[in-house]
Design a protein around this ligand. Structure first.
Ligand code: ASP
Length: 325
C-alpha cells in the first residue's frame, strides 16, 4: 500500500507526525505562541558538533548577535578537515570536484545563499555577503566564486588527500546509493537565539557524496534546508535533500509552530510528510531540528542515528534524536 494511503487511513488516530493537512484546531496546536522563558542564548546544531556549538554559544554569551555567532559557529566545521560533508576535506561529486552549498537567514527575514561553489571554504560567510552586499538571494557556481574573490576570500583546494582516496575507491564501482548515516552525514544546520531575542540560522554542506555534477540539495534552499521567522522560530534540516525539498520541510515546521505546534511536534509532522510520499520504509535518512522564540526545541528523524547538539550553561550537549523507525 502506498504510504500516503496508509497514513491517510490512520488519520489522526495516531500521533501528530502522521497527521496531514489541517493546522488550526489540531490537537498539537496551542492558541498562543509561548513567551520566551529566559534570555540565555540558545544554539542548536545538527549532529555531533560540540566545537561549533560552543563557539556560537560563547560568542552570544559575550554579546555577539546571533547572525555573527551562527556564521562563526558553522565556520568551525567548514574548517574541519575531518568533517567529510562540510567545507575543506568534504567528499567530492562523482567527477572529483568538491562543491559547497550554504545559506544564512537573519531575524529580519533577510537571506542569502550560495550553491555549487568551488575553492572557497567559508561558504556560510559568503552567503552572508550575498545577503548583505548584493540585491540577490542566490549566487551559484563560478558567479559565487568570483564574488568571493571580490570580497577577499582566499582560493583554497578543498579536496583533501583523504577525500581523493575515498573518491578513487568509490570510482571502482561507482555505485550511488544515499545510505543512512554513513557517507552523507554531518551537514551542519545551526540555529541561534541571542539574548536580545534575535534568531538567525545557517546551513552549510558539500551535499551528498558522489552526487552528480551540478546537483544542489536542500541545504542552501531557503524554506527547505533552513527557515527563520523571528515572530515564531526556526528550523533546519539534514539528510537526503531531495526529500526535504519536495516537502519544503523547514518552512513547514516554522508554519506549524506559527499555528501553535511545539517544535517537537512540528519536526515529527515534517518527517511524517516525507514518509507519506514513500512506499514502505525509506532507505534514506532525514533529520530536522527546530526552536521557537520561547527557546523550546525539537528534533526528529526518519531513522535512529540522528543527533543534535545544543548549548547549555557553557557546555555543548549532544542528544540522540527520536525517530520514526
Ligand atoms: N542535506 C544535504 C543535501 O542533500 C546532505 C546532508 O545533510 O548531509 O545536500
Amino acid at each position: 500500500m502506498k504510504r500516503r494511503k496508509f497514513f491517510g487511513q490512520m488519520g489522526m488516530a495516531i500521533s501528530g507526525f502522521f497527521g496531514i493537512g489541517s493546522l488550526h484546531g489540531h490537537p498539537h496546536s496551542r492558541n498562543t505562541l509561548p513567551k520566551r522563558l529566559s534570555d540565555h542564548p540558545i544554539s542548536i546544531g545538527t549532529w555531533n558538533c560540540p566545537d561549533a556549538i560552543l563557539t556560537s554559544g560563547q560568542l552570544m554569551e559575550g554579546g555577539t548577535p546571533s547572525l555573527e555567532a551562527v556564521v562563526k559557529g558553522v565556520a568551525v566545521e567548514e574548517a574541519n578537515e575531518n568533517n567529510t560533508t562540510v567545507g575543506i576535506g568534504a567528499s567530492p561529486d562523482r567527477s572529483g570536484r568538491v562543491t559547497l552549498d550554504a545559506c544564512v537567514m537573519n531575524s529580519n527575514g533577510d537571506c542569502g545563499a550560495v550553491m555549487a561553489v568551488e575553492n572557497i571554504v567559508h561558504v556560510a560567510r559568503l552567503a552572508q555577503h550575498v545577503m548583505e552586499d548584493t540585491p540577490h538571494v542566490n549566487l551559484v557556481g563560478l558567479g559565487a566564486e568570483e564574488f568571493a574573490y571580490s570580497k577577499g576570500f582566499p582560493k583554497t583546494q578543498l579536496l583533501s588527500m583523504a577525500a581523493e582516496k575515498r573518491w578513487k575507491a568509490w570510482l571502482q564501482k561507482s555505485e550511488f546509493t544515499p545510505k543512512i548515516n554513513v557517507e552523507n552525514h554531518d551537514t551542519i544546520g545551526m540555529l541561534c537565539l541571542d539574548a536580545q531575542g534575535k534568531l538567525s540560522g545557517s546551513c552549510t554542506t558539500s551535499g551528498l557524496a558522489y552526487k552528480m555534477k551540478g546537483r544542489v540539495g536542500d541545504s542552501p534552499i531557503i524554506g527547505s534546508g533552513l527557515f527563520v521567522d523571528n515572530q515564531v522560530g526556526a528550523a533546519t534540516a539534514t539528510g537526503l535533500g531531495e526529500a526535504v525539498i519536495k516537502t519544503v520541510g523547514s518552512f513547514l515546521i516554522v508554519e506549524l509552530m506559527r499555528n501553535g505546534w511545539s517544535p517537537q511536534k512540528a519536526c515529527e509532522e515534517a518527517i511524517g510528510r516525507i514518509l507519506s510520499q514513500q512506499t514502505g520504509k525509506p532507505d534514506f535518512q532525514v533529520g530536522f531540528i527546530a526552536i521557537n522564540i520561547a527557546g523550546e526545541r525539537g528534533a526528529f528523524s526518519i531513522h535512529k542515528g540522528f543527533s543534535f547538539t545544543h548549548y547549555e550553561s557553557g557546555k555543548a550537549i549532544n542528544v540522540p534524536s527520536s525517530s520514526a523507525y
